[in-house]
Design a protein around this ligand. Structure first.
Ligand SMILES: *Cc1c(COP(=O)(O)O)cnc(C)c1O
Length: 391
């Protein structure tokens, strides 16, 4: 029987212990006992399915999380990581070596940019940056020795989309692997693998946990790649997910579909209510018909997602007055949470960038990133409108 994503989110990957518990068990154990010395020796020679050695290598709760994530994304396998950044670093470093070339979109989360600009180059990987939405730049940048392309399918915090299908065609023509950081698109709406992505990476800290509790990440791809390339790197370098975090996020997966769809409905209602507001120079939301990539968003995701960007007229001072006026939404820097979160990227998440870099990415001093939660949308609209009155 075929099962839909939503059903897999509730049941996928579940393995019951001898007690037949309903809720997935938390195996809070670092290690595993062998019946005999010979069994221990054998386990190290060849670790079979449902056999474990040490939690850095694998753990039953973590394995359930990996399998449920892979079912959701439609990949053969996945490796769960300590954080989204452990996943991005692991996905890239595990497959690249000195002398390789990688092409990356310029609009990246600050820590992703650090890995591309500082880490990979330090070990002799050549990095070329392009404007992610400009296909000509991708075409010109790829070469015969390009091993991978990397991009955030929807950029943080400007909500620009990269056309996965078109970039994958360009990359695959030179034999490069397509690595997608898909956080803003969410695993609920993602069809990245169908569209040509080879490796899909998530910070599961965001929508998957979705309740602000623990960090997590996952690298998804073919079994050969995950077990042959990613796992050896991750298990020996220490970026594996803890069983406790896997358990929290496994339970998060049960409701992620409901939450993300509710958050998306709220985001559209908010974007529609605020568009054209006299205190705002822009309301950016891929679900709005006015968004320059609205058609691509509908084709690629079928929805606008859970994030709305607002540009307050009057720069930093006006943006701060707006943030300080919010009564329901909180000021923080996480996203994808059940609670609505407002962020001023220029002074927080993207503070590390030089002012010229921020300007070239379109991150102005009036820019607000608004992660829509699951509160009643009308309450959020009222909150945003009264905070704008205060500007
Ligand atoms: C948050 C985020 C990350 C990093 O995830 P952590 O879990 O915080 O390590 C990477 N990429 C994107 C697009 C993100 O939003």
């Amino acid at each position: 029987m075929t099962r839909s994503k939503q059903t897999n989110l509730v049941h996928g990957g579940t393995k019951r212990s001898q007690w037949n518990e309903v809720s997935e068990a938390l195996f809070l154990t670092q290690g595993f006992v062998y019946d005999t010395a010979e069994a221990a020796e054998q386990r190290f020679v060849k670790t079979g399915p449902d056999e474990y050695i040490y939690a850095r290598y694998g753990n039953p709760t973590v394995a359930m999380f990996e399998e449920r994530m892979a079912l959701l994304e439609g990949t053969e396998d996945g490796f769960a990581c300590a954080s989204g950044m452990a996943a991005v670093n692991g996905a890239l470093v595990s497959m690249l070596r000195a002398g390789d070339h990688i092409v990356s979109a310029r609009a990246l989360f600050g820590s992703c940019l650090y890995i591309l600009e500082e880490v990979l180059t330090r070990y002799g990987v050549e990095v070329t940056f392009v404007d992610g939405e400009d296909l000509d730049q991708w075409r010109k940048a790829v070469r015969a020795d390009t091993k991978a392309v990397f991009f955030e399918s929807m950029s943080n915090p400007t909500l620009e989309l990269v056309d996965i299908e078109s970039v994958a065609e360009i990359a695959h023509a030179v034999g490069a692997k397509v690595v997608v950081d898909n956080v803003f698109s969410t695993p609920v709406y993602s069809k990245a693998v169908e569209q040509g992505a080879d490796i899909v990476v998530y910070s599961t800290t965001k929508h998957v946990d979705g309740q602000g509790r623990c960090l997590g990440g996952v690298i998804l791809g073919t079994r050969e790649h995950i077990r042959g390339v990613v796992e050896p790197y991750m298990k020996h370098t220490g970026g594996s997910m803890s069983p406790f975090n896997a358990w929290v996020q496994l339970k998060g997966l049960e409701t992620v579909g409901l939450r993300v769809r509710a958050q998306t409905a709220g985001a559209l209602a908010i974007a529609e209510a605020l568009e054209g507001h006299p205190k705002l120079s822009q309301v950016v939301y891929p679900g709005l018909v006015s968004h320059p990539q609205h058609d691509l968003a509908m084709r690629q995701l079928g929805a606008g997602g859970t994030m709305v960007a607002l540009e307050v007229k009057g720069g930093k001072e006006a943006a701060f007055r707006f943030l300080n006026g919010l009564e329901i939404a909180v000021i923080s820097n996480n996203l994808g949470d059940a609670k609505s979160i407002a962020t001023h990227p220029a002074t927080t998440t993207h503070q590390r960038l030089k002012p010229e870099q921020r300007a070239s990415l379109g991150i102005s001093d009036g820019w607000i990133r608004f992660s829509v939660g699951i509160e009643e949308p009308q309450d959020l609209i009222d909150d945003l409108l009264q905070a704008l009155d205060a500007v």
